[in-house]
Write a protein that binds this ligand. Structure first.
Ligand SMILES: *Cc1c(COP(=O)(O)O)cnc(C)c1O
Length: 470
């Protein structure tokens, strides 16, 4: 299978190249040239399979020979062995029609692990086959950095450098980045805020010579392989609740639109999906876009659900591409308008097609806290603030449908203990296996918010540069 760019001006690539490449050369995002279509019996045949086996079957048509099936199976087995729940993504029932899909049983207690653990192993495999190395550099405001480090620690082929704002991430988040002992892991504490970190990373990617020299790569949420790995749990949870014989709805705490787009991919494969609910906090660019047809950037407000505090939602481009009938010119024009004036308009026809499957619900800070309190009181369940937003949005949508609603639980409550305690009076504990995090020694490099200094540090530590004659 080939993948094409949403902007139509980059070469079509296979799965392995798309994996290494991330963003297309024309600035667009890769999507499959055609959507594989499954028969109902193929969905039904996943019932009762171990998660890694189901994942192999769902991913296979998209990988399509770029990686041998046996290798893929090993990669998936290894990825999900790092999880601390035998079901990997268990469903919990809260109400007759409302279920929570717990995606936070991975090593960093957030759903990013589900895809990142696969991505790390896939990249190692493809780089080894090609005899190449890569350097990953990323900026994090908290969650993604830990998940990426956890996925690449000990990698033979990849060195990972994560920049985070010194003193501005939570204790758990910092320790997840600073305690891995492997020599290929480099946590860099920048004297500045998250924007400073991101500016440095963007500057490094814009430096062509540096990019070549370090074989620079990113593992951000636009990487197609991450989205693909997330399609799996939509399928397994729907099958557990009676698909393909009855449709299921999903409510998804949304930031960059990667996760909910994975739900759309499952729908395009033929999974009977009733509604896909885009749940946001007060940073509601997606709700405004779906309600009013105007995608317009505004300032970011800090909330209890920081992983959804976004200004723009990169993967939305993929949905616009599909809903516009794959209109490259429309995407190019919308994205250039976004760059120039911070906004673009979505026409009636495209908006109508999005509305056939998607609803968008904004949940404010009070409603988020009320939902945490109510679930704790009524069901003895402690959701984290991101999960609470998905549940609140899903409950609003479920009233009008027969289909069971699956709300995605994207983080463990102990990752956001203050918000959970404020709302419920209960301070959630870390799982037993994670409590030694506090005792391990930490290792990080404090650095000024200076691109040159960071570049020099990376050049002197990345193995990808070691073979070059300079
Ligand atoms: C990243 C993240 C999200 C948002 O997911 P997207 O794929 O960016 O929409 C939601 N909740 C948590 C806890 C996250 O870490």
């Amino acid at each position: 299978m080939k993948y094409v760019s949403t902007r139509g001006e980059a070469p079509a690539l296979d799965f392995a190249d798309v994996l290494l490449r991330g963003l297309a050369a024309d600035g667009g995002l890769y999507v499959p040239e055609e959507w594989p279509r499954w028969e109902p019996s193929q969905f039904a045949s996943l019932a009762g399979l171990p998660y890694a086996d189901a994942a192999r079957r769902v991913m296979l048509p998209f990988v399509d020979g770029a990686i041998e099936e046996e290798r893929l199976a090993e990669i998936l087995d290894g990825a999900y062995e790092t999880f601390h729940h035998p079901a990997i993504a268990p469903l919990v029932q809260l109400d007759p029609g409302l279920f929570v899909l717990e995606l936070f049983h991975g090593p960093t207690l957030a759903f990013k692990d589900v895809a990142m653990q696969v991505l790390g192993r896939l990249m190692d495999h493809v780089l080894a086959e090609r005899g190449r190395r890569a350097t990953i550099v990323g900026a994090t405001s908290g969650d993604t950095g830990g998940a990426a480090i956890e996925a690449f620690r000990g990698s033979e082929r990849v060195d990972i450098f994560i920049l985070y704002p010194h003193g501005r991430v939570s204790d758990v988040q910092r320790r997840q980045m600073t305690t891995p002992e492997e020599a290929n892991v480099h946590a860099i504490a920048i004297d500045g805020n998250f924007d400073d970190c991101q500016t440095i990373v963007k500057g490094l990617f814009a430096d062509h010579a540096f990019r070549e020299r370090t074989a620079l790569s990113a593992v951000n949420s636009i990487n197609w392989a991450r989205i693909l790995a997330q399609v799996v749990y939509y399928v397994t949870s729907a099958v557990a609740l009676g698909a393909p014989h009855r449709p299921v709805s999903f409510s998804v705490p949304t930031g960059n639109f990667g996760d909910v787009f994975a739900g759309y991919v499952a729908h395009r494969m033929g999974l009977p999906t009733d509604r896909l609910v885009v749940a946001t906090n007060v940073n509601d660019i997606l709700v405004r876009a779906l309600d009013e047809g105007r995608y317009e950037v505004r300032g970011v407000v800090a909330t209890q659900s920081p992983s959804m505090d976004i200004q723009i939602s990169s993967n939305f481009e993929r949905l616009l591409f599909e809903a516009s009938g794959r209109d490259h010119a429309f995407i190019r024009q919308a994205m250039s308008s976004l760059k120039q004036s911070g906004a673009f308009t979505i026409g009636e026809a495209v908006l109508g097609r999005i509305g056939e499957k998607f609803s968008a619900v904004r949940v404010d800070e009070q409603a988020c806290a009320d939902t945490m309190a109510r679930l704790h009181r009524e069901a003895g369940y402690l959701p984290d603030p991101h999960t609470a937003i998905g549940i609140a949005a899903g409950a609003e949508a479920v009233a009008s449908s027969e289909a069971p609603m699956v709300a995605l639980a994207t983080a463990h409550p102990a990752k956001f203990p203050d918000a959970v305690e404020n709302a419920t009076g209960v301070r959630p504990a870390l799982p037993v296996w994670a409590t030694d995090l506090a005792e391990k020694p930490e290792r990080f490099e404090p650095m000024p918010a200076d691109q040159r200094a960071v570049a020099d540090h990376i050049l002197s530590h990345a193995r990808s540069t070691a073979f070059e004659v300079s």
